[in-house]
Design a protein around this ligand. Sequence first.
Ligand code: FUL
Length: 494
Amino acid sequence: MKRFLRRAVMASLVLPLGLSAQTDFAIVPQTLSNPQNEPREVFPVPSERQMKWQETEFYAFFHYGMNTYTGLEWGNGDENVNRFAPTAKPDPMQWLRLCKVAGMKGGIAVVKHHDGFCLWPTATTDHHCQNSSNAYAKQTNIPRDFADAARALGMKYGFYVSPWDRNSAYYGTDKYVTDVFLRQCFELSQYGTDQFEMWFDGANGGTGYYGGSGGTRSIDASYYYDIPNLRDSVHRVCPDIILWGVGGEARWCGTESGYTNETTWSMGTGLSGDENAWQWFPSESDAKATSDGWFYHDGESTKDSETLFKMYLETVGRNATLILNFPPNKAGRLTDADSVQLYALGNKLRTRFGTDLAPLANIRASQTRSGGAYSAANLIDGDKNTYWATDDGQTAGAITLTWSEPQTVRYVMLQEYIRKGQRVKGFIIETTEDGTTWTQRASNIQTTTIGYKRIIPLNGNTSASYDAGFKVRGLRVRITDSRACPLLHTLSVF
Ligand code: FUL
């Protein structure tokens, strides 16, 4: 009885006067623990490593290997190692330096394609570059040189290692997974714990050489590669790695042509994703910058920088990342034609997105969340961790920018604060010349999702977007629908 009394006295000390423990206990701690009125997450949300990966935005793909010398796109696995015969020492520093000029933040090097030929001295098979009789092949170690170059250039890096292996006699058995594939992934993780992505292609289970026995192997990729084990093991060594494709942490938004859908959710599958899916599964778009295959082929040409810019707009500008392939040639270098277009692309990106007009404007929001930290000024402060928000229950709202002098505007870039979930389902962009009449821009474009990043060409044309632009005094973004109160961290106007 005494003990009961003591507890009752204690309770009355911690509860605010007049509140009964039973009815109000749930309310009091909530108020205390959320003094900033921070919006709640709308699930699913990205993991920390998915956030870092998404921020890489635009990076290169380098398909180099046995196919570079055989002219094939899919080697059978029976190629003699001596056919790998570089005419100079492969130079990943040159690959990455050129891609950095074009505004890319990293790259993925193919170090084993479906033919099973490894571009590093692996202990798992004899089918590797240093067993070739070619002097440059003996010096080749792509994962080592690629990782060193990326680190020296301050770029992110990772490797493509094909799960499907048409050379290995063990492919299709458990031994392949434990003694070859998982070991190769582990060997590769030793080339740097700071890798950002490992690329696991979905192609598998067909015909091949398979150590000489040949024939067809069929596997079920959903369990054969022991992905949960691989994911845990790799993450222990390389905490920031995203296992793409078969690895299940980022998705193929699948066209291989450098575009994805205007509506792109970072959950669900396919081009558009699905706003109701339960897993955060963001899009990566893979595309070729050259005319022929993923690997180098004599006589191929490089797409012009205007085409590459359009690919950027239709992927990075639609809430996906872009991994753009440049195939090193037989000397293990990107071609002069690649170099010309990469420089031109870099210039276009810098010119077109170099001067943000939004911070020069007066900015106003239709409504701002109470709590003090969510004003529209957060949209133009250059800080990705501060955002504009509306009150709970408000799934629409507008941001208006006005300039004292007319400005020429061509693109609007929007970014949601996706750490708390992707929310926006519909928005409209309008401009005004006189401050009174508003005209909708890019009405032919589905202005539905935003996500990590959305870039809208105001003339509605991604092919010839850099035109005369619109001379305006004001620009308005009206959010018309959202899964919950919208949270935007950046609004830029170019
Ligand atoms: C595909 C592969 O089969 C191609 O050869 C290439 O590597 C591409 C990026 O992925 O699925």
